[in-house]
Design a binder for this molecule. Structure first.
Ligand code: SAM
Length: 330
């Protein structure tokens, strides 16, 4: 069975936020006074995760990215990975992490099924890194990246949110860092998601400007990767004579929604149809009301029939998602 939305898009990719707690407080992701009060009983249990993932697999979901909050903070994360990895039909389990705890977890989660990892790192200057993340420790993150390399996760992508006047002077250094470690780098435009993201728009650094800097740094050394090869919304390029690629995720400059194949599930079991819009349905409440698997499937199929055509980053629009990114999972 396949999930196909009204615009003919096949949905095969689920981003699952396993927790909405995070040990970092990046200022474009959550407000300074945003404190998380989610308690254990509100989030999906192991049994509920296993059941819902089996249902998604039956509906044609083959890729489940684990995100958060910070996914490595979720109690039993290795167990969750193992149980998702054991589900027939789910063949790809990447992880998005800030890597603060990755040195400790890399071996175990790789063994349990995480084949590849995206790591957020917005600066290579320790003090600046701590400021952006409101307390993050750069050396721990770098140790986490090296641990992922060592255990053989591939590909490893580092993600940098580029902010004008904050870290835009580090674009070249970040490319060199990736090349030196034979890993990939993606630059992300700030998105107006939640009040933190909306406030960060004043520091927006556009795709065009990022590309100019990449071009000037890697003169004649970029080979464009065709979109269907990248399996994601990034515009990407191989860097000649290296083992690295560079890309830009530009949700604001570009609308790549016509190729959208993804949906999101929050830690509390809310199915979100589009990052930029409110439309959602609680699968947790359905599960807890005693419905059958077929009834849950029908609920998901019905939700997909309401998947919006595209995100709306017009902050005055009625349907804009006002949740903080830390709650949605990026
Ligand atoms: N804690 C994990 C991490 O740091 O990657 C996973 C969750 S985090 C919300 C996922 C991604 O969303 C990160 O790469 C982060 O930089 C990005 N992100 C958060 N808020 C954003 C915003 N307003 N604009 C663009 N990217 C954002």
């Amino acid at each position: 069975m396949k999930l196909i939305d009204p615009f003919g898009r096949t949905i095969s990719y689920l981003r699952f936020s396993v927790t909405d707690h995070c040990n970092y407080r990046c200022h474009y992701c959550r407000d300074e006074d945003h404190f998380n009060k989610t308690v254990r009983t509100e989030v999906l249990s192991y049994e509920e995760i296993e059941r819902i993932m089996q249902i998604f697999a039956d509906l044609g979901i083959s890729k489940v990215r684990l995100t958060g909050g910070e996914p490595l903070l979720r109690t039993g994360i290795s167990k969750i990975i193992k149980l998702i990895g054991a589900i027939d039909g789910i063949t790809d389990i990447p992880l998005s992490t800030n890597a603060h705890l990755l040195e400790k977890f890399a071996g175990k989660i790789h063994k349990n099924g995480v084949n590849r990892v995206n790591i957020s790192i917005d600066s290579l200057i320790a003090e600046r890194f701590a400021e952006i993340t409101r307390g993050g420790e750069l050396d721990k993150v770098i140790n986490g990246i090296d641990a992922a390399i060592k255990v053989g996760m591939r590909p490893i992508k580092i993600n940098m949110v580029v902010m004008r006047g904050v870290n835009d002077d580090e674009i070249e250094a970040m490319i060199d860092f990736a090349i030196g470690r034979k890993i990939d780098i993606r630059f992300i435009e700030t998105m107006p998601i939640g009040s933190a993201g909306i406030n960060a728009l004043s520091q927006h650094y556009s795709e065009t400007d990022i590309l100019k800097r990449i071009d000037a740094h890697l003169v004649n050394n970029l080979i464009a990767i065709k979109p269907e090869q990248t399996a994601g919304p990034a515009k990407s390029y191989l860097i000649k004579n290296t083992h690295s690629s560079v890309g830009i995720i530009s949700a604001v400059s570009n609308n790549f929604c016509s190729a959208c194949n993804r949906i999101r599930l929050t830690a509390k079991g809310q199915l979100i149809l589009c990052l930029g819009q409110k439309n959602s349905v609680s699968l947790r409440d359905a599960l807890r009301s005693g419905v059958t698997d077929d009834e849950v499937k029908n609920l998901i199929i019905d939700a997909i029939s309401h998947k919006p055509k595209q995100h709306d980053f017009n902050t005055n629009a009625d349907n804009i998602n006002t949740a903080q990114m830390v709650e949605i999972g990026g």
